[in-house]
Design a protein around this ligand. Sequence first.
Ligand code: G
Ligand code: MN
Length: 369
Amino acid sequence: MAFTTDFSELDFKTILDQELIEVHFQPLFSIREKKIVGFEGLSRGIHPKSGRLIPPLPLLKMAKEADLTLELDRLLRKKILESFKQFCPDPHDLILSLNFETSIIDKEIGSLQLIQLCRQLNLDPSNIVIEILEAKVKSVDALAKFVRIHREHGFLIALDDVGKGHSNFDRIPIIQPDIIKIDRSLVTNLHQDYYRQEIFKSLVQLSQKIGALALAEGVETEEETLASLELGADLLQGYYFSEPQEPSVDFTQLVTGILDPVADKFKKQMVEKLNIRKMQHERYNLMIEDLVGELSALEEKQLEGELPTALVNHSIARGHLCAQRKGAPNHRHVLQDETEFPQGYLPHAPQGDGLFNQGLFLFLDGRGI
Ligand code: G
Ligand code: MN
């Protein structure tokens, strides 16, 4: 059902008192395992008069205006956990990811409502991921305490919307997240945007180094899916696979209908890329062998004069080694990334200038010569 935009005659207190909340679930996918690994629970208000759904943001705004943020947040958490229990009575290894209104963390430490709710509903906290929007927290000490207590009880912690607005990277050591949710703003058009790709890659590397999973949020197209996977995302979430939906929906058909085909396509694409790379390497090996053979026949003092000619003869300064990576704006970017050698090296450097020599050095050095 579409959201209402008509908030007239809306009595927020009625929503709270009558618990007029509906929970939708959006699946989280692992392509490697070809399965749904869990769901993000997202709550919507129900308009007391029209019965239509109210998006979470206006709901939270109304709660704030009525100074009832804590009450609403508790109600939402209760509803999400109850719906999950109903929808997934025995979750096994499925996770439920829920958003936590971080501005109220200080107040929450006293009540530990989530822990109590899990006990009441017989839910294992290790199936629950608490999503934290770290930018909103006022007290770092309270945040650290909140995370420590919940982790001790077995909950998992995710950092939400990483890369959006003013993400506070200094909080990563405090939260030590299990999942890093890379914000949609970095995923949109990922396949076409060199800068987004580099930031995305850094966040994936960071995740790997701290033992967290990297989740790409808001994947809307096949191209964004394939790009996220190629850059190393462990998990995916977004409209391309599914919008948040009522729990009555049969989510399993998403696996055969969307996940399997895109996983196969990704695999095929990677095999093709690897084969092209292998052929290129073979060609470069031959070139380098020829080049080294020619250069080693020269006297040392001849070397400097002959080197540029030898390189040109072996096509190294010509089109063959132009950057293959689409969108690399200039040679500086390519040179920084030694892992892309040799095909991502020296796109436009004119023969014989400083950059060229530096590139050659790295190139030869990279080959162990
Ligand atoms: O920031 P957070 O992870 O809580 O984001 C959840 C919100 O993002 C939900 O409101 C959900 O509907 C929305 N969302 C999820 N996937 C997509 C998507 O692919 N595109 C857009 N535009 N929004 C999405
Ligand atoms: Mn979220």
